[in-house]
Design a protein around this ligand. Structure first.
Ligand code: A3P
Length: 297
């Protein structure tokens, strides 16, 4: 079966990122001209790389570990998704909502480097970038886009379209490599989902320095790690976006935002041939930069 797709946009934005037709030039210009503040922090990711997990962590660090607020206000309200209303029909204008946020603002975006607000680069605003291995991203995106009725088709079609940059937010590797190559810039915090799974404690320590906030004390560290665990975030309706998506978007009855939360879940779903194709696609892209996938994740 052929994958059916949201109508794609045919203007300059689509040259660096696959976006729906709703993402008009006017929206792109508004985001380009978005005014940033000294204290802003952006969480930038390709979709399904652990954005929400990082938003929850970074928001807590920027807000003196206010667990009570994290358990009573939706993460999507505490940390707004900049381009969301330019992607799908929503009651709120999310660009305006970001403009109106109280500092320190933690702003989420899935846009590639070229489409972020120009002041992010001109003023060197802080960016936390989370990357994840492509095979898990393919499987996670497949379930997410199918279950939110944004894409229709089988997994094999999805894999092929993902590699051909025909899925929302692709090109995957360009998105990741742009930030990977900036990882040593003082305003870029580059981390992987895999690293967060391996040693979240060390990521937290490194992130505190990047955000210039106090180190997390030992007794609070345990509470923070517990708060950020997959099971806890799944059980907290303010950080598990399942209910949020069900409210604002049509979803299948099986839709679950907190799906598996593991590294390597692709092994249960991708065939040997699909894995082989994705590996070749990755190494072909990365060769030009003299990078191997195993160096990143
Ligand atoms: P899976 O679909 O592989 O389970 P994003 O927030 O960028 O959309 O990413 C969603 C992915 O992050 C999903 O992956 C989700 O389960 C996973 N995730 C969310 N919170 C997590 C947590 N606390 N620990 C581990 N993984 C988490």
């Amino acid at each position: 079966m052929d994958g059916t797709w949201l109508p794609l946009q045919q203007n300059w934005c689509n040259r660096c990122c696959t976006l729906p037709a709703r993402y008009t030039e006017q929206n792109a210009q508004r985001i380009h001209a978005f005014e940033t503040r000294d204290s802003d922090v952006f969480v930038v990711t390709f979709m399904k790389c652990g954005t929400t997990w990082m938003q929850e962590l970074a928001w807590l660090l920027l807000n003196q570990l206010d667990f009570e607020a994290a358990k009573s206000r939706y993460v999507m309200e505490r940390s707004r998704f900049l381009e969301y209303s330019a992607l799908s029909p929503l009651p709120d204008d999310t660009i305006t909502a970001c403009e109106e946020m109280v500092s320190p603002r933690l702003i989420k975006s899935h846009l590639p480097a070229q489409l972020l607000p120009q002041q992010v680069w001109q003023q060197g605003r802080k960016i936390i970038y989370v990357a994840r291995n492509p095979k898990d991203v393919v499987v996670s995106s497949y379930h997410f886009l199918k279950d939110t009725l944004l894409w229709e088709g089988d997994l094999n079609t999805f894999v092929n379209e993902f590699m051909k940059d025909q899925i929302l937010f692709t090109s995957f590797w360009s998105h990741i490599v742009d930030f990977l190559r900036m990882r040593n810039e003082p305003n870029i915090f580059f981390v992987t989902y895999e690293e967060m799974k391996r040693d979240l404690r060390s990521v937290i320590k490194r992130l505190c320095k990047f955000l210039s906030v106090d180190d997390v004390k030992d007794n609070q560290m345990e509470q923070l790690l517990q708060h950020l665990s997959f099971d806890n975030m799944k059980g907290n309706k303010y950080s598990n976006l399942t209910g949020f998506f069900k409210q604002i978007q049509n979803t299948t009855k099986d839709f679950e935002f907190m799906r598996r939360g593991v590294v390597g879940s692709y092994n249960d779903e991708l065939s040997a041939l699909q894995k082989q194709k994705l590996d070749k696609w990755s190494s072909d892209f990365l060769k030009a930069y003299d990078i191997r996938e195993s160096d990143i994740f």
